[in-house]
Design a binder for this molecule. Structure first.
Ligand code: ATP
Length: 215
């Protein structure tokens, strides 16, 4: 069956940068996604509160993806009070699109941290998981904690066409264009008055400067 393949890219995006947009772009290409939903976290429960407000982070995400066809910015986690749990976002999407294949897109670093996520073992029953090899943290089975290794070994497939045959339940990995940028690096550069040109889209940089973010 040729299901609609919907990618879900969550993150704090504090701020959104080239690594995120490359990840989205390469996921669309490597996995053959029909739609990519970018979901900024409102109040990320498993990490410190973002530095920029949810309103600013959302505005930056909209600017960064303005010319990416097939990309939808989903503000559900920002509109909802309380912690942003990915599992709830996937439950909502699953209810809205029962026949679609959902693919949670994560960098290898985020994948290794999955056991810290709320109800993490249920994620794979709601969506596939696509792991991008991120420079410095390629997917390494030896680095996985035992429960994650079990889930990985049970669900890992090498053929990405399997994603369209099932609504959820496969783990795939894909190689993305190496991009070493991180939001931490950008916040630190801005605090120190260093340039960030090339690390974020020009429209994103203009917004950051206009609103004096991260200084
Ligand atoms: P921070 O430096 O504040 O921890 P970050 O740059 O890692 O932030 P997040 O918003 O935490 O950005 O990341 C959202 C998702 O994007 C995660 O799955 C993460 O692995 C992925 N990601 C972030 N930066 C890159 C990059 N340079 N290359 C590939 N994936 C990335």
């Amino acid at each position: 069956m040729n299901r609609r393949l919907i990618g879900v890219l969550g993150g704090t995006f504090d701020p959104i940068h080239r690594g995120h947009t490359e990840l989205a772009h390469d996921a669309v290409r490597a996995l053959g996604l029909d739609q990519l939903r970018c979901v900024p976290a409102g109040n990320p429960a498993h990490r410190p509160m973002p530095v920029a407000s949810a309103t600013d982070r959302l505005a930056l995400v909209r600017l960064a993806f303005a010319d990416q066809p097939g990309c939808v910015i989903d503000d559900v986690e920002i509109r909802q009070p309380g912690p942003s749990w990915t599992i709830l976002t996937l439950e909502r999407l699953r209810a809205a699109c029962p026949d679609a294949a959902l693919v949670l897109i994560v960098g290898a670093d985020a994948f290794l941290g999955l056991p810290g996520w709320h109800r993490w073992q249920e994620l794979i029953s709601l969506a596939h998981i696509a792991v991008a090899n991120r420079p410095g943290s390629d997917l390494d089975i030896l680095a996985m904690p035992a429960p994650l290794k079990d889930v990985f070994q049970t669900h890992h497939v090498t053929d990405v066409s399997a994603l369209k045959r099932h609504t959820a339940g496969c783990i795939v990995s894909f190689t993305m264009t190496p991009c070493t940028v991180s939001a931490t690096q950008i916040r630190s550069a801005l605090r120190q008055g260093q340039p960030i040109h090339g690390l974020v889209a020009t429209s994103v940089e203009n917004y950051i400067r206009r609103h004096h973010l991260y200084t």
